[in-house]
Write a protein that binds this ligand. Sequence first.
Ligand code: FAD
Length: 403
Amino acid sequence: MALESRDAQSVSQPTPRANSQKIAVVGGSAAGLLTASLLARQGLPVRVFERIETLEHAERTLIVTNRMRHLLGPAAEHSIVNEIRRFELFTDGRSATFELNDPDLIIERRALIQGLAQDAARAGASVELGRRFHSLQPNGRGLVLEVERCSDGSREEVHADTVVGGDGVCSRVARAAGWAPLETVPLVQAIVKLPQDLAPDTTRVWFVPQDTPYFYWLIPESKTHGALGVIGETVGETRKHLENFLEKRGLTPLEFQGARIPVYKKWIPVRKQIGNGSVYLVGDAAAQVKVSTVGGTVTGFRGALGAAEAILNGGVSRELRSLRRELDVHLLLRRSLHDFQQADYSELVDLLNDPAKRSLGKYSRDEAWKILWRVCLSQPRLILLGLRGLLSRKGSFGRTNIF
Ligand SMILES: Cc1cc2nc3c(=O)[nH]c(=O)nc-3n(C[C@H](O)[C@H](O)[C@H](O)COP(=O)(O)OP(=O)(O)OC[C@H]3O[C@@H](n4cnc5c(N)ncnc54)[C@H](O)[C@@H]3O)c2cc1C
């Protein structure tokens, strides 16, 4: 599949200095592979090191906005397993429904990664599986990485001018280059048979503040099955809440999926200079996750696009500036919502009048400013509710201080 992204085409021709850089990407998943493709297409020599031995990653159902189509173009298509046209919000016996102008996409992560790996290889990158990154050191020319061949434990020293850490939430590249560890939250979801009353093009969201400051969701991945999940604060409690929630709704878990997700608490500068070399972080490694909904796929792709732009343009990237603004708006939303009590959620759902619902359907979660602006224009009382949430902050989002 060829990457024909409108957004990705904005990655400009490299400067002569950038053109001679040797690139090592650590992590052959969504963000790392897109970065590798973008750089290889501009003629840079790129090696990708992925510790997993095959591209048979664990299956995982993800919901993303239509923005993914703009980022990947036709390359996105073969990983799409369903489209969502409607959201239903529930809290304490109340509900609100809104229709999406552009459908959300349900994607299968394994198919997405396989496609991105093919693209990177076709663009000229060398995708090397079963290779675990251990450490990096500056040398006179740039950086030396120590990479282990997982099959026999042998180690290779790899020279690179620029290293890209796309190695996820526990990024070893980030630690080796001196970034601080990220704060994380557990995400657990169960694959279930869809309840009879749920159409396969509709996602359900429940706000249950006594269980979680985030929410429960049920995302149909096919006509018959869906992923019901929750984000919590501790692993044990999150799993217990999910099991109780499933039982209350008479749903049987067929399989559980889960992992820790980074929490975006402030913008993490994505580049460090080490000796004569540069290190960049992309995706979860840089906490490029919308902390309102904890979705990181599209924002990780934008981080990849931004890092590629910066590598090619001597450190300058408009995409990174715009991604930072987007992530900061989601942080503002999270800070407003995080300490909401039941009465606040009830008021929120009651306040969603028809114009506000139309705005929610018109703009996607990847255009947070537009949503915020339009929804508040449609229903100004939501501004007061949001401000009340911001002013009453006391939980884990109470101590951050970016605005
Ligand atoms: C259950 C679940 C559901 C989710 N649902 C959604 C959703 O609906 N929508 C959404 O937008 N996001 C969702 N997310 C978040 C999303 O999956 C992540 O934000 C995204 O996958 C991050 O991609 P990444 O490429 O940055 O990192 P990862 O996908 O974590 O990839 C990191 C890669 O680096 C490799 N690696 C790690 N260490 C090393 C090393 N030392 N050497 C070599 N390789 C290494 C790993 O093997 C891995 O392949 C979900 C996450 C989970 C866990």
